[in-house]
Design a protein around this ligand. Structure first.
Ligand code: PPS
Length: 278
């Protein structure tokens, strides 16, 4: 399932079958609400060696566009940008076929799924791209299925983790961005083979703080008309913390979530920071 206002079948089919990946492409890949826009701002600052001008003058969807969104794959196909910075929420099995065998790099950002569910719940309330989520417990039950835009969180993660260990694949957690933003920026630079001096790294860190991005209209979606995103209902840059799920999950809901999580993730060898609490 995809939100029809953002993604048309034709665009997804073109991205999957006809889009030609270049070896210097850089992909920012996430399940929604996992840190997509945070990494967009980090990547666009790294590309500009820490100069914030681009981040402050072009919206995130122009700097690191979502390949599955209306008309974007065709535009990117003829783009002369080097490197092309591309975002996607696509599952691995729907992703661009020509990626296989290329040297294009992927940064896969992952977040505690309970926090993803909370963030997506509020986003579904404010955004006309998604159905009204109803009551929180009900929404979490839907979140645990496939019947959700962009598909199951579990399938998304398991699909992309098949690339684990490959030289052109990096896992970034939202939680690491929280606890060590500077260290994470440096790791991303190393992965991309991009050398930034200390001043440039400082500028990246400063310009991607929650507060800076919340105030930057090129990052906070305030340019989107309120009929599509009603930030009076819930701001896009909502809380920006790890662990907000504890304020939303009842004991019973948490237990049933953990049970399903363990069952669905038991075969996955890769472990995440939140797994130790299970
Ligand atoms: S989307 O719609 O999929 O592109 O959303 P995405 O950007 O993946 O996720 C939005 C959540 O990320 C939080 N966010 C940040 N947190 C901390 N610091 C920074 N700089 C930052 N930028 C985005 C944003 O607040 C959403 O999380 P919640 O929990 O709803 O606050």
């Amino acid at each position: 399932m995809f939100p029809i206002m953002a993604c048309q079948e034709e665009d997804i089919t073109f991205a999957e079958n006809e889009f030609l990946v270049r070896d210097d492409d850089i992909f920012n890949i996430t399940y929604p609400k996992s840190g997509t826009t945070w990494v967009i701002d980090i990547l666009s600052l790294i590309k500009k060696n820490g100069d914030p001008t681009w981040n402050k003058t072009a919206p995130n969807w122009e700097r690191v566009p979502w390949i599955e969104n209306n008309g974007i794959a065709r535009k990117l196909q003829v783009s002369e940008e080097k490197p092309r910075l591309i975002t996607t929420h696509l599952q691995r099995h729907l992703f661009v076929k020509s990626f296989t065998g290329s040297k294009a790099k992927v940064i896969y950002t992952i977040r505690n799924p309970k926090d993803v569910a909370v963030s997506l719940y509020y986003f579904s309330k404010m955004s006309s791209f998604f159905d009204d989520p109803g009551d929180f417990d009900q929404f979490v039950k839907v979140f645990l299925t496939e019947e959700i835009p962009y598909g199951s969180w579990f399938e998304h993660v398991k699909g992309w983790m098949e690339m684990f260990g490959k030289d052109n694949f990096m896992i970034q957690t939202y939680e690491d961005l929280q606890t060590d933003l500077r260290g994470s920026v440096i790791k991303i630079c190393t992965f991309l083979g991009k050398e930034l001096d200390d001043k440039a790294v400082d500028s990246v860190v400063e310009n991607v703080s929650f507060q800076s991005m919340k105030e930057n209209q090129m990052s906070n979606f305030s340019l989107v008309p309120s009929e599509f995103m009603d930030q009076m209902k819930s701001p896009f840059m909502r809380k920006g913390v790890a662990g907000d799920w504890k304020n939303h999950f009842s004991v019973a809901l948490n237990e049933s979530f953990d049970k399903i999580y363990k069952m669905k993730m038991q075969d996955l060898k890769v472990k995440f920071p939140w797994d130790k609490n299970l």
